[in-house]
Write a protein that binds this ligand. Structure first.
Ligand code: DGJ
Length: 728
């Protein structure tokens, strides 16, 4: 083994590296957006370091003044802030890469070779002198949105087996007096619970090891206050998110010199990856912005970036809908559904979405115990099949959408009987079931074909299907792939890659299909997923009070257009107006039996849908101003402004105000100070007048932003939607 690697060493010319090292001397690489700058520099030994990350410097000649950073273990062993530290040599902190060579050597030392900067993309090639390992660091900037995307490609050319123990996308270093992390803890019906803490010496890890439904317990995003806790409108804050539909990991490590390292990437736990000769391992994409005006500015940047560069069909419209899940659950038939199409028409929504329970014959899907995997319509439930439903929906003036959960299988299904080898399951242990189901092995190309075939089959038969809700209710359990055999460490990563292959095919063949990413609520919610899906289901929890918090959380990174918000029966103590007004902030839908509503309530829903359609482009504007936080009291006020500042919408909610609470004016943001705006409450229950003192008055933008208006009250569960229109 050692002999083998020695000859490789010789063939990998030392002379070449001598030349590289000379060339590398004093190389400075600057990566800039409109307001942010990341500077990397090659030291005399040919190693690459971060020398600066902060506000963009005005004088580029100042870059030469940046010192090589002096952080690390102790003064005798300073190695600095290496751009991509590898485990096993002189850096004892959290590394980005761990590589085990075929001869058993567990180290690599990466040295600068060359870099290129073309357009908005920078690629920096690093290489090991002893082993044929090449690592390319990629940085893509989105200058106007002030977002930087980072990923890494790891290539190896050894003959034997080389394993990657870690494969992070990025490491960033910070030196601030103190560090405050906001994370988004989650669970079913409890998504995006924002929690903050000061980071002390040592490590804090936020990660997921669930495989599928990966964000069930933690979301792949964070906010980091540098020098002060995260604030809405002030302070320096790093906001980061990982684009990866699987296990992720963020490690925040404060070292003994109080330098903070932020390592982001795919979670390497249970994922020691066999990298074959000649193969390239591309890490996930990490995206970050560094705002000096708090998370409000950071959120607007992310929402603009999502709308301009990431969200699937971002520029296209979205459909309001009526879903039957909470109305019928599995208990429906053709007649019931056709009646619901009529309700959808009556309501004025664009689409009817048929949820779980329409398939399976040998094992009909009467509940969540059977049928998953058998994607044939249940004949005795829906004798005329899906084509009849699509036709009937059309006759009622609504489009048709359908639920699928294509990655999963119930053991009680024909699919499980026919293809046990397609299921991720341990051959020799008792099986653990999550929601009575198991995950299909998307590492296997045959399974990829099968999963693609589910969408394809439905679309071939029903080209008029406009929408699919792609659910994913189980994490990966019983982790063993028959297809991967002895390379089980590749499972989590190859699964996600298999899923991407399927979604790529779906997107290429059906570019007009709208798709909701759903995972037992918000168990999938990452920005890569949203490059395939047009929207996502934020949570099964549609209690409007809870939703104020959940939507507040998701709005840190996600645009309103992508956030599905449905009006349901959760928390009937809240009026229909309150429930609709909360859902109005996102991508509006209904999942409720209309027959159970009073005439006034039904009328309110119709009216709200009309107003929503009129105003949706303002509602979906990325210019979001979170004015009053539900985390700080008993009210929540959120504002959207269109790009030209001619139109704005204010959403105001009172939750459970305290007795005698002092009510302050809410100061607006983002308007044109010199312009005049009419303030008008819309979406009133029939026969009601607005009692807001600002209603139907005209103010300057200056006044609205400096003095503000009173839109909160001392009443329980009251809401207002207020339209603000620039006067000609
Ligand atoms: C979980 C989803 O979050 C629900 O909306 C619904 O589609 C069910 N799955 C169906 O099983």
């Amino acid at each position: 083994m050692i002999e083998n690697s020695m000859s490789m060493k010789r063939s990998f010319s030392l002379f070449q590296f001598f030349i590289f090292s000379l060339f590398a001397l004093a190389q400075t690489i600057s990566i800039t957006t409109d307001h942010t700058q990341l500077v990397l520099r090659v030291n005399d030994g040919g190693r690459l370091y971060q020398t600066y990350l902060g506000e963009r410097l005005s004088e580029q000649t100042d870059l030469s003044q940046l010192n090589m950073p002096q952080a690390g273990l102790s003064s005798s062993c300073i190695k600095g802030l290496e751009a991509y530290p590898v485990m096993g040599t002189e850096d004892y902190y959290e590394p980005t890469l761990e590589i085990h060579h075929a001869d058993g050597n567990p180290t690599s030392v990466l040295k600068y070779v060359e870099h290129s900067q073309q357009g908005n993309e920078t690629a920096i090639v690093l290489r090991d002198e002893l082993y044929p390992v090449e690592v390319t660091l990629y940085y893509k900037v989105f200058p106007e949105e002030d977002i930087i995307q980072q990923w890494t490609e790891i290539k190896q050319d050894e003959k034997g087996k080389v394993y990657l123990g870690r494969y992070a996308s990025s490491i960033l270093y910070f030196e601030a007096p103190n560090y405050f992390l906001t994370e988004f803890a989650s669970d079913w019906a409890k998504e995006m619970q924002m929690q903050s803490q000061e980071l002390q010496f040592g490590k804090k890890v936020v990660d997921s090891r669930l495989g599928t439904r990966a964000n069930l317990m933690a979301q792949p995003s964070f906010e980091l206050g540098l020098g002060e806790p995260v604030c809405e409108n002030k302070g320096t804050v790093l906001m980061g998110t990982l684009g990866w539909m699987g296990n992720f990991r963020f490690t925040f490590e404060v070292d003994n010199q109080h330098v903070l390292r932020v390592v982001s990437g795919i979670n390497h736990d249970a994922g020691t990856y066999l990298l074959r000769k000649g193969e390239a391992f591309r890490t996930a994409d990490f995206y970050f912005t560094l705002s000096t005006n708090g998370v409000g500015e950071g959120s607007r940047r992310f929402q603009h970036w999502m709308m301009n560069h990431q969200l699937h069909k971002a520029k296209d419209d979205r459909m309001t809908l009526l879903n039957n899940w909470e109305n019928t659950y599995f208990d429906f038939n053709e007649e019931k559904l056709v009646a619901l199409f009529g309700e959808a028409r009556d309501l004025g929504v664009d689409l009817f979405l048929l949820d779980d329970g329409w398939f399976g014959n040998k094992y009909p899907r009467k509940n969540d115990h059977a049928g998953l995997g058998d994607w044939e319509v249940t004949h005795d439930k829906l004798p005329n099949g899906i084509p009849y439903l699509v036709k009937k929906a059309k006759e009622n003036g609504v489009s048709f959408g359908i639920w699928i959960e294509p990655e999963m299988v119930n053991p009680k299904s024909e699919l499980a009987e026919k293809h046990p080898d397609w299921i991720i399951q341990l051959p020799s242990r008792e099986t653990y079931y999550f929601r009575n189901q198991m995950v299909l092995d998307l590492c296997n190309p045959q399974v990829q074909d099968f999963v693609f075939g589910i969408v394809d089959g439905l679309m071939q038969e029903n080209p008029d299907i406009k929408f699919m809700k792609w659910d994913c209710n189980s994490p990966i359990t019983n982790i063993y792939s028959l297809y991967l055999k002895e390379n089980q460490g590749n499972l989590y990563v190859d699964y996600v890659r298999g899923l991407y292959k399927v979604l790529d095919r779906v997107q290429a063949k059906y570019p007009d299909l709208y798709m909701m990413m759903c995972s037992g609520g918000g168990g999938r919610s990452d920005v890569k997923g949203l490059s395939y899906f047009t929207e996502f289901w934020c949570s099964d929890n549609t209690d409007p009070i809870e939703r104020l918090f959940i939507q507040w959380g998701y709005s840190q990174f996600m645009p309103a257009k992508a956030m599905c918000a449905h009006v349901t029966e959760w928390n009937r103590r809240a009026s229909i107006k309150f429930r609709v007004d909360v859902a109005f902030q996102g991508k509006l839908g209904f999942d409720i039996g209309l027959k159970g509503l009073s005439d006034d309530d039904r009328q309110y829903c119709r009216e709200a849908i009309r107003e929503y359609k009129r105003l949706k482009n303002v509602v979906w504007s990325p210019n979001l101003y979170r004015l009053v936080s539900p985390y700080e009291g008993q009210h929540c006020v959120v504002q959207r402004v269109n790009d030209s500042k001619t139109h704005s919408i204010l959403f105001a909610y009172d939750i459970h105000p305290r007795y005698g609470e002092r009510l302050l004016n809410t100061r607006l943001q983002g308007l044109d100070a010199d312009a005049k705006y009419r303030v008008k409450e819309i979406c009133l229950m029939s026969g009601r007048q607005s009692w807001l003192s600002c209603n139907d008055k005209v103010y300057t933008g200056d006044f609205l932003m400096k003095v503000g208006v009173k839109v909160t009250s001392g009443n329980d569960l009251v809401s207002h939607i207020i339209e603000i229109t620039r006067e000609e």
